[in-house]
Write a protein that binds this ligand. Structure first.
Ligand code: PMP
Length: 405
């Protein structure tokens, strides 16, 4: 991977912020978009835009072909068996809500939903609401001091009562890569439906839903170098065709009359209303862009960043890192002694360095560590080792200035 060439694909990185070259380390919140994605969307708007699936005219046919072509790209990139298993959503959050909604009529008292303490709120609250409404209970897999999922806690809580197992493949706070495949297999063995939150995993590791063998897999376009407003829910086709509908209205019906309405099969039964057409095309373009770059090259680039972060952290007095998993993606959540994370965020921003501070939508995980929040630097393949150095040198400068160390 030629890093200079890759960075040229991301024009937003070429700017100064507060008089300093931008160092963008907030990729876990939202990643930047390559020019190819912007071009594909602009070209669609300039040349093709029309509604899909209903035009009696050529533009409508072309828009439909691009839109369905994008679905096929996603199918092949995550190795789903059929394009009917790819549902467009607004993002991870909507995907999880769609799946959780499907359980409202079937779950009952005595049933259990198993999640983990390191889940994003998007993979907690929909299940909590479901539990409250149905009388089922929400069970929680605990996290070790190193920030890994406690496998004993998992085994202790998994049982024939577990009806839903919903887990993130990678922690957005700690960078931990969870043994998702093994855990999904155990949960299926116990008879549970399985959902994997791939929001943070897919930008770093890609996804192979058949190898993972989960029932549902969800992710967001904007974290995968694609646009906002679009995401994907993968589900097993046989399951989806039986799954309760979520939003209702146009496009998702088979026949409507005042006596009753019948619905289409997947994916259309879950895509009520006019979809985000340009965004779907943008997301597919982002996935093709990553594929063209080559996943091996991306992994190597990220591993080099991760090593450099580890080197700095190993010898940085006053810095506490949260999460020391064996298997991780390049994310650093930390506290600097004597400095509040939100002050740190502001002070780094003055040096052109963008990080995120706060609870990262993971309050139960913060509770585990006994803190209200962290500062988080999250890296993408387009970041450079020099940027890692700039970030830590920035921290050193702030530390000297404010703590005299
Ligand atoms: N799950 C995880 C692990 C995430 O990191 C995020 C985004 N921070 C989400 C879910 C929610 O994604 P979105 O806001 O795009 O729906």
């Amino acid at each position: 991977m030629n890093l200079e060439q890759v960075r040229a694909d991301f024009p937003i990185l070429e700017q100064e912020v507060n008089g300093k070259p931008l160092v963008y380390l907030d990729n876990a919140a939202s990643a930047q978009k390559p020019q190819a994605v912007m071009d594909a969307m602009t070209q669609y708007f300039r040349e093709t835009h029309s509604n899909v699936h209903r035009g009696a005219h050529s533009l409508g046919d072309r828009a439909t072909a691009l839109f369905e072509g994008a679905r096929e790209t996603v199918r092949s990139q995550i190795n789903a068996a059929s394009a009917n298993e790819i549902i467009w959503t607004r993002g991870t959050t909507e995907g999880i809500n769609l799946v959780a909604n499907g359980f409202y009529r079937s779950l009952k008292q005595g049933d259990e939903i198993l999640v983990s303490r390191m889940e994003h709120h998007a993979n907690i609250v929909p299940w909590q609401m479901l539990a409250e409404a149905t009388g089922a209970s929400l069970k929680v897999i605990e996290v070790t001091p190193e920030g890994e999922l406690d496998q004993q806690s998992f085994r202790d809580q998994l049982s024939e009562r577990t009806k839903v197992f919903a887990i993130t493949a990678v922690s957005n706070v700690l960078g931990t890569i969870n043994p998702t495949r093994e855990m999904v297999a155990a949960a299926k063995e116990a008879g549970a439906y399985t959902l994997v939150d791939g929001a943070q995993a897919i930008p770093h590791l890609g996804a192979d839903v058949q190898a993972l063998d989960c029932d549902f897999y969800v992710f967001s376009g904007h974290k995968l170098f694609g646009p906002t407003g679009i995401g994907v829910l993968y589900g097993r086709e046989d399951l989806l065709n039986e799954w309760p509908v979520y939003q209702t209205g146009g496009e998702m019906i088979h026949r409507v009359s005042f006596e009753g309405t019948s619905f289409q099969n997947s994916p259309y039964r879950f895509e009520a209303g006019t979809p985000a057409i340009a965004e779907a095309i943008g997301l597919a373009t982002a996935m093709r862009y990553l594929d063209d770059l080559g996943h091996d090259g991306l992994h190597e680039a990220e591993a080099a960043l991760d090593r450099r972060v580890d080197e700095w952290v190993a010898d940085f007095p006053g810095l506490t890192r949260y999460g020391q998993a064996q298997n991780k993606v390049p994310v650093l959540s930390f506290w600097l002694e004597g400095l509040h994370p939100s002050d740190l965020g502001t002070l780094l921003d003055q040096q052109g360095i963008a990080i995120r501070t706060g609870h990262h939508c993971c309050m139960p995980l913060m509770e585990h560590f006994g803190i209200a929040g962290t500062a988080r630097a999250s890296f993408a393949f387009y970041n450079t080792v020099e940027e890692v150095d700039t970030f830590f040198q920035g921290l050193q400068r702030i530390q000297r200035l404010f703590t005299g160390k």
